[in-house]
Design a protein around this ligand. Structure first.
Ligand code: ATP
Length: 471
């Protein structure tokens, strides 16, 4: 049976809930739009994705270091970065039901093509011309207000004990990279890095996204994995191309099929950017941004030097030459990677005439459970004890689950749905109580993708998984 793409998104959402990957936030209170929680298997998959990114960006390089900066920063950071003034989406309100909708999305859905080069002002003008013929997606009435800009930064009252809103508000960070820029000098002074070098960070970011849709693709609380690479100005263009190539390869290594990836070049660059390309992934709702790769020139360090009064230039230790490094940025969302990986892995296979096997063909290195260990029967203490022993041994090195619910067939189905590459069954032969005594000390290992089973010696299991779980 062919995979049915049309309702693929619904199937992924349903599997995510049913099997404990992703839960809608605050469900018992009716939900909380565009916020989600990772369940027991989701949290393991997310950790494995973070690890893969960290390995590719930090461990595999000798000149990239990590950072974990705070979510809160001095309010001036967001002024210096331009977010207070310019981090906004144009929005219109339906006069009938008062829902607020992104104007660019309304235009897109009404079939009015906004040119990518258009500024917010141009888009607002275009909306003004068409708004009387555009129906509200919620109530269907055609009565939108003019568009207004809506800032995406999420405000907090941290430290404001007076409740006085004339005091500059603190924000929850809208992106993680500002924490890297403001620590540029600290990293330089405390570690042995020299330009060119990179600083990588994984952490939460918050945005007041107006349209809550497309599952975890657009969340209000999400996680970014960003790396800022500081280079000599004259090397920026060549370094940019190197990072583009590396980041493309990273997705192939993560098991994403090349035909589901494509490049998108930004034409409408912000004034300081020298180049901006996105890697887009073919999500169930079409090709959309997965990662942005940007040549940001010397804008960030110059801005923070100016606004803080602290010199953030760099002195070459050999030549003594002083300059402000340029920044090449790679920025991807953990949540979007998660959704891409799930989309790529979700498979339905026909079993017999009218049954379907749902399998998450996750890369083995990412699977939330890498090995499931079963006793053939749960009411045979000798089998259970041996399986428990094996479970304890293997979980030292791999992500392992012990499962004795239902029959083995049901357990296979469940493990297939969560993407477990290998299931190990301890049976009577294993403990020398079966007919074939030559099988004593062996177990059945079942492969998720081929469904083939083979007998493997217990003492060779660790090596077997070490070889096979790298991919
Ligand atoms: P979009 O155009 O889709 O809103 P963006 O261009 O605003 O994204 P960036 O500011 O470049 O995104 O952020 C870098 C990365 O962070 C994106 O490529 C994406 O993977 C992730 N990201 C951004 N906003 C969200 C969000 N609301 N939910 C989940 N991930 C996000």
């Amino acid at each position: 049976m062919a995979e049915q793409k049309n309702d693929l998104m619904d199937k992924i959402v349903s599997l995510s809930k049913r099997r404990g990957f992703i839960f809608p936030s605050s469900e018992i209170y009716g939900g909380f739009a565009a916020v989600y929680d990772f369940g027991p298997y989701g949290v393991e998959l997310a950790r494995a994705i973070r690890e893969a990114w960290w390995k590719a960006m930090v461990s595999d390089h000798d000149n990239i270091v990590g950072l974990d900066s705070a979510i809160f920063v001095h309010p001036k950071v967001w002024e210096a970065s331009g977010h207070v003034g310019g981090f906004s989406d144009p929005l219109a309100e339906c006069k009938a039901c008062h829902s607020r909708v992104r104007v660019d999305h309304l235009l897109e859905e009404a079939g009015v093509q906004a040119d990518e080069k258009m500024t917010d002002d141009d888009i607002n003008k275009l909306f003004s011309e068409h708004k009387d013929s555009i129906a509200c997606p919620k109530c269907g009435k055609k009565s939108f207000t003019e568009a207004k800009s809506f800032n995406l930064l999420v405000q907090s009252n941290l430290g404001n004990f007076t409740g006085d809103w004339t005091v500059a508000p603190t924000y929850l960070r809208g992106e993680t990279c500002q924490g890297i820029y403001i620590n540029f000098k600290n990293v330089l002074d405390s570690s042995r890095v020299k330009v060119p070098f990179g600083v990588a960070q994984i952490g939460k970011a918050f945005r007041n996204e107006i349209t809550a849709r497309q599952f975890i693709f657009r969340k209000r609380e999400f996680e970014q994995m960003e790396m800022q690479y500081f280079v000599r100005p004259e090397e920026a263009s060549a370094t940019y191309e190197e990072w583009r190539a590396k980041r493309w390869q990273y997705y192939l290594d993560l098991g994403i099929r090349e035909e589901n990836l494509r490049w998108h070049e930004h034409e409408n660059l912000v004034f300081y950017a020298k180049a901006a390309w996105d890697i887009e992934y073919k999500f169930p709702f079409g090709f959309k941004e997965l990662e942005g790769i940007h040549n940001r020139s010397d804008y960030d360090l110059t801005q923070h030097s100016k606004c803080s009064g602290v010199d953030l230039s760099y002195r070459d230790p050999q030549s003594g030459e002083k300059f402000t490094p340029w920044i090449i940025e790679t920025s991807v969302g953990l949540d979007r990677t998660f959704l891409a990986v799930m989309t790529e892995a979700y498979t339905e296979e026909a079993v017999g005439e009218n049954d379907i096997r749902i399998v998450l063909k996750l890369p083995k290195k990412l699977a939330p459970v890498q090995v499931a260990v079963f006793p053939l029967l749960k009411n045979k203490p000798e089998l259970v004890a041996r399986a428990r022993e094996l479970f304890s041994l293997l979980k030292e090195d791999f992500r392992v689950e012990f499962d004795d619910n239902g029959n083995v067939g049901k357990r296979y189905r469940r493990q297939d749905e969560i993407g477990t590459p290998y299931c190990v069954t301890v049976d009577f032969d294993t403990i020398g109580a079966g007919e074939d005594k030559s099988l004593e000390g062996t177990v059945t290992v079942r492969d998720r993708d081929t469904m083939k089973q083979e007998r493997v010696k217990v003492k060779e299991l660790q090596g077997y998984f070490e070889r096979n779980l790298k991919r």
